[in-house]
Design a binder for this molecule. Structure first.
Ligand code: SAM
Ligand code: GLN
Length: 283
């Protein structure tokens, strides 16, 4: 165990973190800068670390060593232009979802005015949409109490309280009216793949946010079945999905005579998004 008097400078902390986490110096610099929430160069410019800060940093390095995602250690996550708070127990927004938001203006025929997000987690998608569409009024739901509490915090800190209305409910329960856009990044990982997820996900993230049932489409099929009635005439449903579910979803859509939809790939070139109400994909 490293003694705290050895950790009175950032140089020493970086050396110790590199050894403790088994990473190189530049990665350790990034880790320390992230934990300190300061630019990398600045951590060298003010090199002295007092005992209390040294202790806090060392305990955070221990959390990382135990596999806790860095976002839960810092309680921060970057999502597009925003640094959001993310609390342990709440799903950590992924980069794929940032590209999902980027795609929307390219796909949607017009700016949506009434938006419904199902399963908002810490509020990332709704906050990004409130910024993208200044005239939109958004309802964001989640079934999880910690998620709603986390989203309240983020929505307040970015001053979107008058435009994003949070509701704790199961999917569409209690929702009335019609929407130009229903958007969701639902639980979609097929059950058989859950055990293959990285340890940091399996052990620390809420599995109910990720587990999509036997084929990864349990939530999606239910949402499409019920949600279509909540769309306005030219309304669009935008969903994040798993690539392995594409075939199953195409069959589902054909069975329900939904002819207007399109699948789009993410930045890793995997089919990741389904837009219903635009395009006309066949079979
Ligand atoms: N939208 C956030 C994002 O993209 O980072 C969170 C997405 S996370 C994959 C799925 C979210 O759906 C979780 O926050 C989870 O609590 C929520 N959820 C799961 N089942 C739900 C249900 N039946 N009704 C509403 N939300 C649900
Ligand atoms: N892409 C996420 C993961 O693999 C899962 C997201 C989801 O189920 N919506 O951890």
């Amino acid at each position: 165990m490293m003694s705290l008097q050895n950790l009175s400078s950032t140089r020493e902390l970086i050396r110790a973190a590199s050894k403790e986490l088994g990473i190189g110096r530049s990665e350790a610099e990034l880790v320390i800068a992230t934990l300190m929430n300061r630019p990398r160069l600045e951590i060298y410019l003010k090199d002295t670390v007092n005992e209390e800060d040294g202790f806090i940093l060392w305990s955070r390095i221990q959390q990382l060593k135990n596999g806790i995602p860095i976002e839960y250690v810092t309680k921060r996550v970057q999502f597009r232009d925003y640094t959001l708070s993310v609390q342990p127990g709440v799903f950590i927004p992924r980069i794929e979802t940032e590209s999902f938001v980027e795609l929307l203006p390219k796909i949607l025929p017009r700016s949506p005015e009434r938006v419904l997000e199902i399963g908002t987690g810490c509020g990332a998608i709704s906050i990004a949409l409130a910024q993208l569409y200044p005239d939109a009024d958004i309802i964001a739901t989640d079934i999880s109490e910690p998620a709603i509490a986390n989203a309240v915090q983020n929505i307040k800190s970015f001053d979107f309280e008058s435009r994003i209305h949070l509701l704790r409910c199961d999917m569409l329960e209690g929702i009335t009216g019609k929407f130009d856009l229903i958007v969701s990044n639902p639980p979609y990982v097929p059950r058989s793949r859950m055990k293959l997820l990285p340890k940091s996900v399996r052990e620390f993230e809420p599995l109910k946010a990720i587990d999509g049932g036997e084929h990864g489409v349990q939530f999606i099929e239910k949402l499409v079945k019920k949600g279509m009635d909540y769309l306005t005439g030219a309304g669009v449903m935008a969903l994040e999905i798993d690539e392995d579910s594409v075939k199953k979803l195409k069959t589902f859509m054909a069975d329900r005579h939904i002819g207007s939809f399109v699948f789009k790939r993410d930045l890793f070139n995997k089919y990741r998004f389904l837009f219903i109400g635009v395009g006309n994909e066949k079979s």
